[in-house]
Design a protein around this ligand. Structure first.
Ligand SMILES: *Cc1c(COP(=O)(O)O)cnc(C)c1O
Length: 362
């Protein structure tokens, strides 16, 4: 049996099914009390100033960009080394993604490349903590502050990670999380938005619900700006509440496995791993190994029963981004040498030893 690269985590049936049955037949399946309780508990557990739930991480990121004031014609500095929604939402705002090159040892946005990409039209920086490894938030925060632009953390890969002791998602003006099927934690689909300035909460809530304020009678409510159907429902809220009971253990296991690989893999000739700076505590959604031939590495792991792949496609390679492509030599090398290996809560002590043995044999 193959060790999978990613895996869906569901709470035990005995825990989840009675709660699901209750909410499904309660007559209250839309956004309601379960959603609000889930938001409060999520914020508390992950040390966030607040958490607004959404129907997806993509929805949360779209709202964050709009709250950052991103409008048609603006530029948003971003990374190509990510899942596609990071950048398709920039287009959705009518803005232009400006791809900056990555740090060759982390795959995360290089602060100097970001500084060089700033123009008078730059409205925001979107940073991804790729594979769960925190980016250079100090450098990016400084650039954003100097220029008076927003820093948005796409923390879809990095739930539970920390930077300089701060919870991931809280150094940026906005932070978003994804609760999609294969992330650290899932509500089937869902997302969370956090922000430093609570003054934006009312607008954020309107944007996630057609542009309307909740709690105002429908006959009196006024839409002054169109919003979206981006809210979370009670059924997802119930799943989220059950997930929170065990999520810390699962994240801890990602970190244990990641630390094990950090120790073992660099000792193998020809292989390197992601650089972890001292202020970074990764949450290791995926583990990344770098070699001269990612193809033969994947092949040797497959023979040992280990699923391994690059998993993502640098976004600028999609034709929708053809007009904004620019040379990114460091990303090119990073991506060519990259292979992801399983690292999550489902990887046992035996599994991770098997992975290291297979890598050693080459
Ligand atoms: C998964 C993901 C998203 C989008 O999240 P959804 O919940 O699937 O909408 C955004 N950014 C990154 C980096 C992701 O991996």
């Amino acid at each position: 049996i193959m060790i999978p690269l990613v895996k869906v985590a569901m709470p035990p049936k005995e825990r989840l099914m009675p709660a699901l049955e209750e909410v499904l037949y309660s007559g209250m399946i839309a956004e309601g009390e379960y959603v609000y309780r889930f938001e409060a508990e999520f914020a508390k557990l992950f040390g966030l100033p607040l958490a607004l739930s959404t129907s997806s991480g993509t929805a949360a990121l779209h709202i964050a960009l709009l709250l950052a004031g991103v409008e048609p014609g603006d530029e948003v500095i971003t990374t190509s080394m990510t899942a596609e929604p990071t950048n398709t939402v920039i287009l959705q705002c009518g803005a232009t993604p400006v791809f900056a090159d990555v740090d060759p040892q982390t795959g995360n946005l290089s602060s100097s490349a970001v500084a060089a990409a700033i123009s008078p039209r730059t409205k925001a920086i979107v940073v991804v903590h790729y594979a769960g490894f925190p980016a250079d938030l100090r450098g990016l925060r400084e650039i954003a502050d100097q220029r008076g632009i927003s820093l948005i953390e796409d923390a879809a890969h990095s739930l539970g990670a920390k930077y300089d002791g701060q919870p991931i998602g809280t150094v940026g003006d906005f932070g978003i999380f994804s609760l999609q099927a294969i992330k650290h934690m899932t509500t089937v689909d869902g997302g969370m938005l956090t922000m430093r300035d609570g003054g934006n909460v009312a607008l954020a809530k309107k944007l996630r619900w057609f542009g309307m304020a909740k709690g105002v009678p429908r006959t009196e409510v006024d839409i002054s700006r169109p919003g979206f159907k981006y809210n979370m429902h009670n059924v997802a809220g119930v799943i989220g509440l059950a997930q929170l009971e065990t999520i810390q253990q699962r994240i801890d296991r990602h970190i244990e496995n990641g630390s094990f690989f950090d120790e073992a893999i660099p000792k193998i000739p020809g292989l390197t791993v992601t650089r972890v700076d001292k202020e970074c505590q990764p949450s290791y959604w995926l583990y990344s190994v770098f070699s001269d031939s990612s193809d033969s590495l994947e092949h040797c792991l497959a023979n040992a029963g280990v699923a391994a792949s690059k998993l993502h496609r640098p976004n600028h390679l999609h034709s929708v981004f053809a007009s904004v492509r620019r040379p990114m030599p460091q990303l090119e090398t990073y991506y060519r040498r990259l292979t992801h290996i399983p690292c999550g809560w489902w990887v046992t002590d035996d599994d991770r030893q098997r992975i290291v043995d297979a890598l050693r044999k080459g």
